[in-house]
Design a protein around this ligand. Structure first.
Ligand code: M6R
Length: 609
């Protein structure tokens, strides 16, 4: 959460910072601010609200300069307000700091700063202590002062610091929060994420945990926590800046929904050779390794967790290995039984989700082999894993995850098939059948995206509902959970997902006249049972939208509306059945006038606990 950016060079810094922050707003958007060095002073402008408010102010309160730092905030400590917005400064205003993360021991440091040094805090944030700490240790060398300050800090942070007395420097630090450096000619940059810098450079350094970076306009030096210089290879970004643009779509979410055929196709076809054998370059798990594994955990958060549920289904079904799935925030604290016979699979679009990363580290510490499914190349989760499967979704900007999810599903199917064939538990005929069917998915998704009238009509008729239930059986339950999350996060409707068979054990009490129930009935062997469950809720007044495979017409007799997905094998339906649910959520959000791409209280990358 929160986006940081910094620049040192010859360009007008305000423009660079605003441009960079505009690409990072997905990380948080309740306030924003910049600090710029100009004519012997550090000047700060910061305002509550979207970045456009800061940009508007800057049209009147012009700031010029060639060195500066900027921040877009997702509030953790202290409400969104002008004074809690970053950058924060020391008492004299000589030192300005931006911070992404949480300083866990900030209260102790704050009390010490108040009692021992008589400092009056200007904000309620944890971050402000950093500026005062750096000031406390400052003796003419910013780098040294930052080192001393971070030695006192516990928690997660990516920070950027500038100082009036050393205007030719930016010092930045990374500990458990993402940080990259952009390399230019006579100019250098820091940022939380690559898109912030793509307008200016494609050459980056990926900063590792516990590293400190000193930037001048001429160069960048990376130090480890002991102050030793570190070598770093330049990372060349190959994707286009346009991939992070809306390209004519009203919202990133809509664009990303429509990019799914491409993402699925790239994720799949890049892993198949001419004979349709799966080739996973980043995964080195051998038959012997697999035989040594007696437990698989899949751990993730939110949508990635839902992809993990489908992943469990696929691995158990195809590879016949038992799997446990856990939300990362629970896994890390429940002292799970993990040893060197455990395979830990982390799924994360961003590769920076703190809970997932912490769970991964916990599993690694206990000896597990780590396989990750990640979208962002070079992200922390990827770097800390033994084996990596990169999804090829391209940059996902909308807070609500769509194309990352469907590509994660493809990744999990491929991993499951790879395990099945490596173990020798799937015959060739079945393997060929599944691969052939997977290859039809891009076109099937595409066909679903060509006819949206019915879904739009449904959304227009139903957007006023204040509660919605999603239900299904078998693998459909997992998709129901994803549909429900999608709807609640972008439309603020209280939605709930349940295994249809569980309804009558309590939840059915909530069904009343007009309650919207979205019932997934894509599984052939569970179809009749689902029809009975639909009857049960309809008998209590529910308005039922069924999701079924083309050709299964029986459901029309029980549901009010049916959204059809193309015929496919039961095992693979999640890739298709999630599409109408994403679209229903999207159009309901639009109809309710919500901010689709930047829903309230959320941020794209959750780098705090
Ligand atoms: O970057 P990650 O995949 O690790 O993110 C995990 C969740 O925070 C994310 O999927 C979240 O649930 C999305 N907002 C859902 O749309």
């Amino acid at each position: 959460m929160c986006g940081i950016v910094g620049y040192i060079g010859d360009k007008e810094v305000t423009e660079v910072l605003i441009e960079g922050l505009s690409r990072l707003e997905y990380r948080g958007y309740d306030s924003s601010g910049i600090a710029v060095y100009d004519q012997g002073e550090v000047h700060v402008r910061k305002y509550k609200g979207r970045l456009s408010i800061l940009a508007d102010h800057l049209k009147e309160e012009t700031l010029t300069g060639v060195v500066g730092i900027g921040h877009t905030r997702w509030a953790t400590h202290g409400e969104p307000s002008d004074r809690n917005a970053h950058p924060h400064t020391n008492v004299s205003g000589n030192i300005a700091v931006i911070h992404n993360g949480i300083i866990e021991n900030y209260m102790k440091i704050k009390e010490w700063l108040i009692e021992e040094k008589g400092i009056e805090f200007k904000s309620e944030t944890d971050s402000e202590i950093i500026a005062h700490l750096v000031d406390h240790y400052y003796e003419g060398d910013l780098l040294k002062a930052v080192y001393k300050a971070i030695d006192k800090m516990e928690g997660a942070y990516a920070i950027g610091v500038i100082c009036k007395d050393e205007p030719d420097k930016i010092v930045a630090v990374r500990k458990d929060s993402p940080l990259i450096v952009g390399l230019g000619e006579g100019e250098n940059f820091i940022a939380s994420d690559i898109p912030a810098l793509l307008k200016y450079t494609r050459k980056m350094y990926l900063i590792e945990n516990d590293e400190v970076v000193l930037l001048t306009k001429e160069g960048v030096t990376i130090f480890n926590e002991l102050g030793q210089k570190m070598d770093r290879e330049v990372f060349h970004v190959t994707w286009d800046a346009e991939a992070a643009e809306k390209e004519g779509y009203e919202h990133f979410m809509k664009k990303e929904i429509h990019e799914q055929p491409k993402g699925i196709s790239e994720t799949l076809l890049r892993r198949l050779d001419n004979e349709d054998n799966i080739v996973l370059d980043g995964i080195k798990i051998t038959k012997e390794d697999l035989e040594n594994i007696n437990k698989i955990y899949i751990v993730a958060c939110g949508t990635a967790y839902h992809a993990g549920l489908v992943g469990r289904y696929a691995i158990e079904k195809f590879a016949k290995i038992p799997v446990e799935v856990d939300v990362a925030s629970e896994f890390r604290y429940r002292d799970p039984f993990v040893d060197d016979k455990t395979l830990f699979i982390a799924i994360s679009q961003s590769g920076e989700t703190l809970d997932t990363l912490a769970a991964l580290r916990e599993a690694k510490r206990k000896g597990a082999r780590i396989l990750s499914v990640v979208n962002v190349v070079g992200s922390s989760v990827a770097r800390e894993s033994d084996d990596v499967f990169y999804t090829w979704a391209g940059p996902e900007i909308a807070v609500a995850s769509t194309k990352a999810y469907t590509t994660q599903l493809v990744a999990m199917y491929l991993i499951a098939l790879h395990m099945a064939t490596t173990k020798g538990v799937m015959d060739q005929a079945k393997y060929k059948e599944v691969i052939a069917e997977l290859k039809t998915m891009p076109d099937k998704v595409k066909s679903m995206l060509e006819n949206l009238n019915e879904i739009q009509f449904l959304a227009d008729a139903q957007f006023n509902n204040e509660s919605v239930f999603f239900m299904g059986r078998g693998v459909d339950v997992h998709v129901a959970h994803e549909g429900s999350l999608k709807l609640k996060e972008i439309s603020y409707i209280n939605s709930f997902a349940i295994a249809a068979g569980e309804l009558k054990h309590g939840t059915i009490a909530l069904i009343e006249d007009g309650t919207l129930v979205i019932a997934l009935a894509t599984q052939d062997h569970l179809y009749d049972k689902m029809l009975s469950n639909i009857q049960e809720v309809r008998a209590r007044g529910a308005y039922v939208v069924g999701v079924a495979k083309e050709g299964n017409k029986e459901i029309e007799k029980t549901a009010d509306v049916v959204l059809y997905v193309p015929e496919t094998m039961d095992e693979l339906t999640p890739i298709l059945s999630v599409i109408p649910l994403q679209l229903v959520a999207y159009y309901i959000s639009v109809a309710r006038g919500c901010d689709v791409d930047k829903p309230k209280n959320l941020a794209k990358s959750v780098t705090v606990e």
